[in-house]
Design a protein around this ligand. Structure first.
Ligand code: DAH
Length: 352
């Protein structure tokens, strides 16, 4: 019997040598230490042995059981350590590798200029007022004192969105930000019809014209419109405001000039020029030798327009202006072609 127990132990330990993973180890445990193993049979047969044999066989069987259990525990430990090592190796990190650079975005030059304009006009007390890009003929033209058939409409080639069945009031893409003047005035009047508050707003946004595309003209472009309405506003206020704006935008020394012009919605009207900041007024290719750069149009709000906005022209006056932010960006950075603005070419965009 003792010999048999030695054999059981020898065979079990030999089998354990070829156990390579945890599943095989469990199978080994069932075979050699499980209920129907040869070793357990020895335990259950102890009762049938003689009194003399029983203690020695029992003791030996316990020793074999302890030896097998110890071998099992050791094997299990080695297997677990090996599998841990494998998984750590799979996740190995080289912490000395250099990091990957995160590409940094930046604002489009157009957005940079717009934000600067918002800041400057904000500091000067103007609120931003946003208006529609799709307008009716009434707002884009008629209420701004361009009656149907008025020749000044030819200054702006219009995209029509919907004309059929709308008679003299087709839907158009706004050709300028000026229709926002009417929306803004009506907005303020609606808040207090008897005693409408003074208006001081800038209206930024995209406009559309059906134009031949060239390096200077796009069919889609930005404008920023200004409007101030209140009792006793004069042309002097307009000049002071735009001169102050030019100094804040282009530098404290910047000189400005106003030239008589015509717009249906202002009277009198003017073109607004700033001294060429590229040659300091001496004359260069950008200002075509004149020393001046044209920045926008302006004037005193026409009484008809005030009336259409809901402000009594007997009690209120106002000034308005319309500037081209992209022209300012182009002049500043000497960008020679407006088409770069919307081409989304990184070689262009990364320069700003
Ligand atoms: N709306 C004009 C245009 O797009 C620009 C303009 C001129 C706006 C004079 C004004 C203004 O507010 O007073 O050509």
């Amino acid at each position: 019997m003792l010999e048999k127990l030695n054999q059981i132990q020898g065979a079990a330990l030999e089998a354990l040598d070829s156990v390579a993973d945890e599943a095989a180890l469990e199978a080994w445990r069932v075979t050699h230490l499980g209920r129907s193993s040869a070793l357990m049979e020895v335990f259950s047969g102890l009762g049938g042995l003689s009194r003399e044999q029983r203690p020695a066989v029992g003791q030996k069987a316990n020793q074999v059981k302890n030896a097998l259990e110890a071998a099992l525990a050791e094997r299990s430990g080695t297997l677990r350590a090996a599998s841990l090592k494998r998984s750590l190796e799979g996740e190995r990190l080289d912490v000395t590798l250099p990091g990957r650079r995160i590409p940094m975005g930046r604002l489009h030059p157009d957005s940079q200029t717009m934000r600067e304009l918002y800041r400057i006009f904000g500091e000067m007390g103007f609120q931003i007022f946003r208006s529609h890009e799709v307008e009716s003929d009434e707002y884009n033209y008629q209420l701004l004192n361009f009656p149907v058939g008025h020749p000044a409409r030819d200054m702006q080639d219009t995209y029509f969105v919907e004309a059929e069945g709308r008679g003299d009031n087709p839907i158009v893409l706004r050709t300028h930000t000026s229709p926002g003047q009417i929306h803004a005035m009506r907005h303020f009047v609606a808040g207090n019809p008897e005693n409408p508050p003074p208006v001081r707003i800038v209206l930024p946004g995209v406009c559309y014209r059906y134009e031949q595309i060239t390096n200077r003209h796009e069919t889609q472009f930005e404008q920023i419109e200004g409007l101030a309405v209140g009792p006793g506003i004069t042309f002097g206020d307009l000049k002071g405001t735009l001169a102050d704006f030019a100094r804040r935008m282009f530098g404290q020394e910047t000189r400005t000039r106003f030239r008589a012009s015509y717009f249906p919605f202002t009277e009198p009207s003017a073109e607004f020029d700033v001294e060429c900041f590229l040659c300091a007024g001496k004359g260069c290719t950008v200002c075509k030798g004149s020393g001046w750069l044209e920045i926008g149009g302006c004037g005193m709000v026409h009484p008809v327009v005030l009336q259409n906005g809901g402000y009594d022209p007997q009690r209120y006056t106002g000034f308005a202006f319309g500037l081209g932010p992209q022209r300012m960006t182009m002049l500043r950075h000497r960008i020679e072609d407006i088409r770069y603005f919307y081409q989304n070419d990184l070689r262009f965009l990364e320069q700003f």
